[in-house]
Ligand binder design. Structure first.
Ligand code: HEM
Length: 551
């Protein structure tokens, strides 16, 4: 009787289709993962018995924090490589810090970051055109242009920071306003980033900004869903899952395409008619067109293609920066922050901002922003201690025969994922004193000590050297012990914008607003391999009176 009932249930297509799908998915992920898992390396979190690897992958979701700690102590600190399971069924090979140089020295034809992005971000589907991530020309544009062209944009970024905060935090000097930090920063950062990508007025268009934010969300959803689909069925399901992505792209492109077409026409006209009175805007669109022309990349001059390139740069820029500033505000306003001065960290940032801003005549430049060593340190320290990515420098092995590490005595097969444990390195007490604590001015103090101990003695050459040493601890400088932007030739090229925009954001906020200290820091949540700040937590702000802004 019971058997009959079970058979009857299973014969319903609503039961057997999903069941079959789930079985094929698990089998598929096991077969493909096994091919790319190196043999002979130890695992963390894997017990013995039936389906040990599969069980490790599934339970990794809730155990990332604990297993990273164990793996770091047992293997990384002893110079050993090990395998970390992942919920997707695709394990990652975690190298010790001593092998980081080996990883960074491998050419892109052996360890590839773009192939990894194409894989984990469902490149063939999620970005609306398979070409976008396969050939990341937008990354090439950002690498080539952003650091060089950012200085003349500093006052535009300052203008956008000010307008975005005035619009959303308000200008009422009497009453406090409660602001949900994550939601607010999603709007503010999208505006600032797009001031640099597409300029005014599009960077303030709510429909355009919403389409970019929604698209980024779609990419995350598509990426998660596609991991559970057997390879054979991905062309079908990939397209289905990405329907929303296409809709959001169309919504954004309806607004960006006229601007792109006009820009192309103006650039071409200026080239043939030097007397044409038109000043070329300094933004991503111009950098893209100019580089495509220079390198004769005709397909990159198609307006439709350019509109699609705006998708991955918004994706790369917005959530990353929003998580960073959300964490930074929570860290700075937290009573748990290490107190190294009589004032609160926010007071120190405000005083530094005011003196440098007014000393420079009410303006910012690359040079005057470089003097904001305390806000620079606060953002860097928050990125160190409140990192949202736990693993970094992730690469995919793309050499057909795999890659060998002679020193370690192991070989990674084609398709394996390899990286380092950023979280544990940045929380290691042997590298950072009292590493678990947020000490806002840790790097500012270190820079001051460096400068006074070297620079004061002899001057001249030594002073030059100590200034360079000091820059090594600045927000945009990556190292083997500071990895939130990656490291090496693929280190995030957007960090030069991030460094300016977040310092100006803290500066504008503290100069123009009182911001209430928090009773307790809103806790971050470990979600698989990510550490997410509280997306609902609020702060209270009140506009300062005009006479308080300039003391
Ligand atoms: C706080 C904000 C940001 C964080 C934490 C961040 C972090 C990262 C990380 C970890 C990587 C990978 C590096 C590696 O694998 O070695 C990366 C790559 C990249 N980021 Fe960012 N990023 C941020 C903001 C931005 C912004 C604003 C832009 C654009 C203006 C941007 C553009 C890129 C690009 C194009 C790459 C690919 C570089 C390559 O593969 O050569 N990022 N970022």
């Amino acid at each position: 009787m019971v058997l009959d009932a079970i058979i009857e249930r299973l014969s319903s297509p609503f039961i057997w289709i999903p069941l079959l799908f789930a079985c094929v998915s698990i089998l598929n992920s096991r077969i493909t993962a096994r091919k790319t898992t190196p043999k002979g390396l130890p695992w963390i979190g894997k017990s013995s018995g039936l389906f040990a690897e599969t069980r490790a992958h599934i339970s990794s979701f809730n155990n990332v924090r604990q297993w990273l700690g164990e793996g770091y102590k047992k293997y990384s600190q002893n110079g050993k490589t090990y395998i970390f399971p992942d919920f997707s069924g695709k394990p990652e090979v975690i190298l010790p810090a001593s092998e980081m140089r080996w990883l960074l020295d491998q050419p892109d034809s052996v360890l590839s970051v773009s192939e990894l992005h194409d894989d984990i971000l469902a490149g063939p589907y999620a970005f609306t055109d398979a070409h976008i991530l396969k050939d990341p020309f937008h990354e090439h544009v950002i690498h080539k242009s952003l650091a060089r062209r950012i200085s003349p944009l500093i006052m535009d970024v300052w203008d956008e920071v000010g307008c975005a905060l005035d619009d959303t935090w308000g200008t009422d000097t009497e009453n406090w306003k409660e602001v949900c930090v994550f939601e607010n920063m999603m709007n503010v950062i999208a505006r600032i980033s797009n001031r640099v990508f597409v300029g005014l007025p599009l960077c303030r268009n709510e429909t355009y900004l919403k389409s970019m934010g929604a698209f980024a969300q779609d990419v995350m959803t598509t990426t998660i869903l596609i991991r559970f689909v057997p390879k054979l069925l991905t062309p079908l399901f990939g397209r289905l899952f990405a329907i929303q992505n296409h809709l959001h792209h169309r919504q954004g492109a309806a607004l960006s395409l006229p601007i792109i077409k006009e820009r192309l026409a103006n650039i071409r006209r200026k080239a043939s008619d030097p007397g044409f009175l038109w000043e070329e805007p300094n933004d991503y669109l111009t950098w893209h067109i100019r580089l495509a022309q220079k390198e004769n990349k005709l397909e990159e001059l198609e307006p439709e293609r350019i509109s699609r390139r705006l998708l991955p740069i918004n994706f790369a820029a917005i959530h990353t920066t929003v998580f960073t500033i959300t964490n930074c505000l929570f860290d700075l306003l937290s009573p748990q922050a290490v107190k190294s001065t009589a004032e609160t960290p926010m007071d120190v940032i405000r005083m530094e901002a005011q003196s440098n801003y007014f000393l420079a005549g009410g303006t910012w430049s690359k040079e005057s922003l470089a003097h904001l060593t305390h806000s620079d340190s606060a953002v860097r320290e928050s990125m160190r201690v409140s990192n949202f990515l736990t693993r970094g420098l992730l690469r995919k092995v793309v050499a057909k025969d795999g890659v060998e590490n002679k020193k370690g005595g192991w070989r990674l097969p084609y398709g394996a994922y390899v990286g380092v444990d950023v979280h544990s390195i940045q929380h290691d007490d042997e590298i950072y004193e009292n590493a678990a604590a947020f000490d806002a001015f840790r790097f500012a103090r270190a820079r001051e000590e460096e400068y006074s101990s070297d620079g004061s003695s002899t001057g001249g050459q030594t002073e030059k050297k100590s200034s360079l040493e000091s820059k090594k601890l600045s927000l945009s400088t990556t190292s083997g012990t500071f990895l939130p932007f990656g490291h090496g030739r693929h280190a995030c090229p957007g960090r030069f914008l991030v460094s300016h925009e977040l310092k100006m954001l803290l500066t504008y906020a503290t100069m123009h607003y009182e911001i209430e200290q928090l009773d307790t820091r809103p806790p971050n949540t470990w979600f698989g391999q990510h550490v997410i700040p509280d997306m609902k937590a609020t702060i209270r702000v009140r506009r300062r009176k005009a006479e308080d802004i300039r003391l």
